[in-house]
Design a protein. Structure first.
Lengths: 147, 147, 147, 147
């Protein structure tokens, strides 16, 4: 089942042309991933980074900006895990406002040991939680790809 | 009566030393001012900027950073209007987390016509709404200072 | 011929894991596009936005993050125009530090009239300047695609 | 002698009202402090943070925003150390563009051990380098205040 959270377009996010400056979308996107980990996967970023020394850097990003967002817009951000690899996962993230898609992104996250700065296998609880989301959408992969 | 809103310390806000990078506090502070205008003063930033062509730039800022904030902290942000001038107002803004003050700021905002880029008198409804907040705290000024 | 400019990884760009927070790469990338317009294409963003009422929003972005960047790194950013359409163009942008590629992005920019917020044909001088860059790399398109 | 560095107002820095969004000034200010440490005080932020485990968080900030800055403006940023304490120092920072002051800030930095997160005495080389700047401006303090 997709996970949904929300963001509000703030003054800080809007450029001189009156629309969201796109790097700010990625701050919202990262905030949505934080919400997903905390509310759906059962591990908040604080615990994950500071106690478990695990990070989830983005290694690939593909984004189509479909229609502009403006000051004050409330955006629904939906995260759907698509593929689960041994050390990575791919998610699709859609931003929508007033029912209109604003952007669609495919993001590959890697599970990284912050001390060695190298990819590691997903910890079992995280792996299971992500797998549940993938299975529900029917595209579970047995850890082969994306890596 | 002070106005209170909340912010969450996101991954995007935290520096390599593990604490909030202070310019990010001011983005949260500006977001809190947006909430104050929308929820308490009855004029959201979108309407104000795009329809009424009014902005409220910050012309003075005095901030003490009292204790650090970390990833995941939920912060209460309290805005208390202190003085109301003809074209400006001064507010005190306090950030607190777990009951501990994180920063205290005194901010002077000016009401500006975005087309002429010059200060203008507060529109009557905004003026009345800010004045109510000031009066409740007992320091109403008859428009003399800060300007 | 590719256009090259530089950026420095600032404290503001680095996350709690000690590496560049990826949305900040896109601020650097946008800054590099500003430099390209000003230094190579002959139209700076100020003139373009404020006098000519033209913007160049990003409509598509594909990015591989190849290796992390850290505090203090000096990055070379290379922009190579790949395809020139009637109202858009595609560029490849590579960030490198110490000779190692950090990220590679394919970006589609659209020429937009800021007043109507609709795509317009590239102004002749901009079109000619971008075309020169594309031709040198041998992949000029006669305005057919990407649009 | 004051230390001077430069910054350019980027698209990312400008708000919907066409002027620099003030939290972005503080990112430029922090970048200028980085330049000061690297070019004048002889210790770059990378070495200081990662090898020496020292940070210099801002504990107090007083800023007057004197005139707006716009897209493309080149700003001169001047840093003058004013007082040197045992574990802190106060600097005055002025931003100017086309000879017109844009903002003036008084900033108190504290020397912090990143492992204990507590203030420590300035390392001797840093202390000596800051003291030289203060003495030249004639307001050296024998470590009494600000702390």
């Amino acid at each position: 089942m997709p996970f949904t959270t929300r963001a509000q377009v703030r003054f800080a996010d809007v450029d001189p042309a009156g629309i969201v400056f796109y790097p700010r979308y990625f701050e919202m996107l990262n905030g949505a991933v934080e919400d997903w980990f905390e509310q759906e996967l059962g591990m908040d970023f604080k615990m994950m980074h500071l106690e478990n020394h695990i990070g989830v850097p983005t290694v690939r990003l593909e984004t189509d900006f479909l229609s502009p967002s403006r000051l004050g817009d409330r955006l629904d951000i939906t995260i759907t895990p698509e593929r689960l690899g041994r050390t990575s996962c791919q998610v699709t993230i859609v931003f929508a406002g007033d029912g209109v898609a604003r952007l669609k992104a495919h993001v590959v996250l890697v599970c990284m040991d912050l001390r060695t700065q190298r990819p590691i296998e997903w910890p079992a609880p995280l792996r299971a939680a992500i797998a549940r989301g993938v299975e529900e959408d029917g595209t579970f992969e047995a850890g082969a790809t994306p890596a």
